[in-house]
Ligand binder design. Structure first.
Ligand code: ARG
Length: 465
């Protein structure tokens, strides 16, 4: 990056001395906003096309501008573009280079436009593409979850509350709980896409422009659903960036919760699942270690995304209308949010289908901790005992089990009858883990049949995206 005097600056006319070298660097955004180049060029092409169709530029001028912009695009793509800090940002770098390449006509591109509506257009276009990429990865992860949930519809594990064994559930059911969280994230993402997909182009600096521009046309050319409706709002609004980051923060929170469970489950103490070696790393000192780094990092990266949400909210909270230079600070948090979310989704979408369930360990764990105690209480209620009394009876049987080192299902009928004479041989149907899960056979319940139904419904839902 090199530095030059103000004569190269598109706004240099009213200035009598060169920008301070530090200020030049301090105010520049080209280091990070150059990633908008593709969308900046698309926005410029739409603008130039519209200017020709309303008679502000000739067709020849517009063709020359478009050709020039396309050569610039391909040079940038091949790494042959010299970005200058003295030209501040992606917009002025491309425009100055255009004039260098095609001459005076290049200077006409900015007619009826400002960097304020230009940058607002660029970020919306860029974000729209990234939203689509994120949606694809999110869908891939959800599909992976459905595959494993279906495979593990009959696998029994302990369900927890307070991280204490509560009632048996099926592993497929647990995975479908993650699926539901992600499904809400998907719908939030689509909702955010709708509001992002509107064209601010034509708002110019803040008040609109005196040229007979056609905002419907540029909006259509760029694939937006409609032009935004107020020029002041158009150049100052960054809600779409905040909404996306809010979506991302909640998605990361969900991935982080799932990560936490994966980390617990891979530990020797739980030993519920096996993650293939390619998703893990070792320790430089402890030879026996295999660490679940991928879920740990996803859990860790949640912090930075949550931080970006707070950054963006704080960035906007005191800005008067319309555009302020503060807005340049929207990019790094937004870009990092996009990069982080895409990486984390990719890691999860690759990892989840490779996950193996240690079915015996899960089953053994569900047998410990009296997870069918509620089933025994419900059994007594069906035999006419009020729930509070049956709760008491079962509590006593559990205390006896702890003393004897026996699960409820391991006690003899005589042992169980010490606590209630109503208990009969049919009690063993409800005390087994299989009986317990398959009895919860209603929408949203943990029964294997319900898991399979839910997978089916989800697959139809996902295929209609
Ligand atoms: N680099 C600027 C940004 O990111 C572009 C808009 C600058 N507009 C201006 N009036 N200084 O927001």
């Amino acid at each position: 990056m090199s530095q030059e005097d103000n004569s190269v600056k598109p706004w240099g006319g009213r200035f009598s001395e060169a920008t301070d070298a530090f200020v030049e660097r301090f105010t520049a955004s080209v280091d990070f906003d150059q990633r908008l180049y593709h969308h900046d060029i698309n926005g410029s092409i739409a603008h130039a096309t519209m200017l020709a169709s309303v008679g502000v530029l000739t067709n020849e001028e517009t063709s020359s501008i478009i050709d020039g912009l396309e050569t610039i695009r391909s040079d940038i793509e091949q790494g042959n573009f010299n970005w200058l800090v003295s030209l501040e940002d992606v917009h002025m770098n491309i425009e100055a280079e255009l004039t260098k390449r095609i001459g005076t006509t290049g200077k006409k591109l900015h007619t009826g436009r400002s960097r304020n509506d230009q940058v607002a257009t660029d970020i919306r276009l860029y974000l729209r593409d990234e939203i689509d990429a994120v949606a694809k990865e999110l869908t891939r992860l959800q599909q992976g979850l459905l595959t494993i949930a279906e495979r593990e519809a009959n696998t029994i594990m302990p369900g927890f509350t307070h991280l204490q064994t509560a009632q048996p559930v099926t592993f497929g059911h647990h995975l479908l709980a993650w699926y539901e969280m992600l499904n809400r994230d998907y719908s939030r993402l689509m909702d955010c896409r709708k509001r992002s997909n509107q064209s601010p182009l034509g708002a110019a600096a803040l008040a609109g422009t005196t040229y007979p521009i056609d905002r419907e046309q540029t909006s259509q050319l760029l694939g937006f659903s409609q032009p935004t409706r107020n020029s002041l709002d158009s150049v100052s609004d960054r809600d779409f960036a905040i909404e996306f980051t809010a979506f991302a923060a909640l998605l990361m929170t969900h991935l982080s919760r799932a990560s936490e469970e994966l980390v617990l489950w891979t530990s020797a103490q739980f030993n519920f699942i096996h993650l293939p070696d390619r998703f893990c790393t070792g320790s430089s000192i402890m030879p026996q270690k295999k660490n679940p780094d991928v879920p740990e990092l996803v859990r860790g990266k949640t912090g930075r995304v949550n931080g970006h949400l707070v950054s963006l909210l704080t960035l906007m909270k005191s800005q008067p209308l319309a555009y302020n230079k503060d807005n340049q600070e929207d990019k790094e948090p937004l870009f990092d949010t996009i990069d982080t979310v895409k990486d984390c989704l990719r890691a999860f979408a690759d990892m989840i289908p490779a996950l193996e369930a240690n079915r015996e360990s899960m089953y053994e764990a569900a047998k410990r901790g009296f997870s069918t105690a509620t089933d025994l209480a419900d059994y007594l209620v069906r035999k006419g005992i009020p729930f509070r009394d049956s709760h008491e009876v079962v509590g006593k049987s559990v205390a006896y089990g702890i003393e004897q080192g026996k699960d409820l299902s391991e006690m003899s009928l005589q042992e169980l009858q010490q606590f209630s004479s109503i208990i009969d041989n049919d009690v063993f149907d409800v005390l087994t883990l299989e009986g317990s899960v398959s009895a919860r056979n209603h929408i949203g319940g943990t029964a294997p049949q319900q898991v399979l139904n839910a997978v089916k419904v989800a697959k139809t839902d996902i295929n209609s995206r």
